[in-house]
Design a protein around this ligand. Structure first.
Ligand SMILES: [Fe+2]
Length: 455
């Protein structure tokens, strides 16, 4: 029976995909989430920007002499519907500075993993969603674009706001910056590399389609960057769409996994860490690759009004760490997450280690005096490419995998079980009455289907 959704001239909720007997994959999305051609910018290949050119000589000397680079990481920040969370995160990041300490102990910049301005990256939204919230953020703000930055309306062109405000040839003051002091950033391209003394950050633009889409020449550029950047300095790859995510809204992306793994194979070098956003929560996941571990951070709870929950098992939230396998049978561990608060990541990189912290900020209804709360902390050894033992992260072991699988199997009723879904590393409760083909179709569409709602 088809549920009635209209009566006596009234129209109610929209039907669920497939409810009318049709195939949801054939529906035309309300929004145009198609791939957008990339705009030209002022830089020339290989699109590199040296941190030295945008921070003071004194700050740069402190970083070099004290052998430490500190920076903030965040994503999905624009507070278009409700600005308070973004303001709270901005205040939290500002409180993370200590003028009494040297520049190396303070963040040198904020790196945004995309979705800076909702819903369509409009120039007219830059003041309220970017310049005003970070009026007092004391350092440069750098970014890769997200799907919303590129999803232009017919009245504009893709990434026009992003290019104007992040990829200006010179640090000019733009009208949309209003009464803030901040000048436009001078990134050479929408995909680009930030050079620093202790880490090089290769920033990708994963475009508008759900799950992301990266094609040549950007894919060739990525291979070249992995090949030619100095071997003695770690590489972080930053992009909007996450490779792995255990959330119950977006999930990870097989496409992004293929882009990174193919480039790693062609270049002979895998990034040391992968930084993403798009999913509005914080997750630290670890992929085991032989003897080494690769952390994958999702930092997407930077201010947009809604948060994305981690998926549940039998109606209950998972307690990290939880080990999964992805579509290619690679074990991936969800080490830690935060899905009920907004917050920010602080990373400190030396020539030996990466020290990471996630701070959650008070929710709007909580006392602001509560301040930043540290809810994740890790140390990663850049030489062994493994977490430093005896920090808060339990080691990923085969016994952990077996234990997690046994526990999941034992805890479920006969109508539910564990399964692995593509790069959507997940423990899903499935209905035993659904055929395996139907389950497979559903899992594929959960990765690629266009969303009807803003992300
Ligand atoms: Fe997004």
């Amino acid at each position: 029976m088809v549920l009635s959704r209209a009566a006596k001239g009234h129209s109610f909720g929209r039907s669920r995909p497939g409810e009318d007997g049709g195939y949801s994959l054939h529906k035309t999305p309300v929004r145009n989430t198609s791939f957008r051609p990339l705009p030209p910018t002022w830089g020339s290949a290989p699109y590199r920007l040296d941190l030295k050119s945008i921070v003071s000589d004194a700050d740069y000397a402190s970083i070099v002499n004290n052998k430490k680079l500190t920076f903030h990481l965040n994503g999905d920040m624009g507070g278009i519907k409700y600005g308070v969370p973004q303001e709270l995160v901005a205040s939290g990041m500002e409180a993370d500075f200590d003028p009494a300490k040297p520049a190396s102990e303070n963040p040198a910049f904020l790196y945004i993993t995309g979705d800076c301005v909702y819903f369509n990256g409009e120039i007219s939204q830059y003041f309220s969603q970017f310049y005003e919230p970070y009026t007092h953020y004391p350092k440069p703000i750098l970014a890769v674009p997200g799907n919303h930055d590129g999803e232009n309306l017919t009245t504009g062109s893709s990434l026009d706001g992003f290019v104007r405000n992040f990829c200006a040839p010179k640090p000019v003051k733009l009208p949309e910056s209003g009464d803030s002091n901040r000048t436009a950033m001078t990134q050479p391209n929408v995909y680009w590399t930030l050079l620093t003394p202790f880490v090089n950050i290769v920033g990708l633009y994963s475009n508008v389609p759900e799950g992301g889409e990266i094609i040549a020449p950007q894919t060739d550029w990525l291979v070249n960057e992995l090949k030619t950047l100095p071997a003695n300095i770690p590489i972080f790859v930053a992009l909007h769409h996450p490779v792995y995510s255990a959330d119950a809204y977006h999930s990870g992306s097989t496409h992004m996994k293929q882009v990174i793994e193919t480039a790693a194979e062609k270049s002979g070098r895998h990034p040391d860490m992968v930084l993403a956003g798009h999913v509005h929560d914080y997750q630290r996941l670890t992929k085991a690759m032989g003897d080494v571990q690769v952390p994958y951070l999702v930092a997407g709870n930077g201010g947009y009004h809604n948060l994305h929950s981690i998926m549940k098992v039998d109606g209950a939230k998972m307690i990290a760490p939880v080990v999964f396998k992805d579509k290619e049978d690679d074990p991936v561990t969800l080490e830690k997450y935060s899905d009920d608060h907004w917050g920010f990541v602080r990373l400190e990189v030396t020539d030996k280690t990466v020290l990471g912290r996630f701070y959650q900020v008070p929710r709007p209804q909580e006392p602001y005096s509560k301040g930043n709360q540290l809810t994740d902390y890790f140390e990663f050894d850049l030489k062994t490419r493994r977490y430093t033992p005896n920090t808060l992260t339990p080691a990923t072991t085969a016994s952990t995998v077996a234990k997690a699988t046994r526990a999941a199997k034992a805890s479920t009723s006969s109508a539910s079980r564990v399964r692995w879904v593509g790069s959507r590393i997940s423990v899903c409760v499935t209905n035993a009455g659904i055929s395996s083909a139907a389950r497979s179709a559903r899992s594929d569409s959960s990765i690629t289907r266009p969303s009807m709602r803003p992300r």
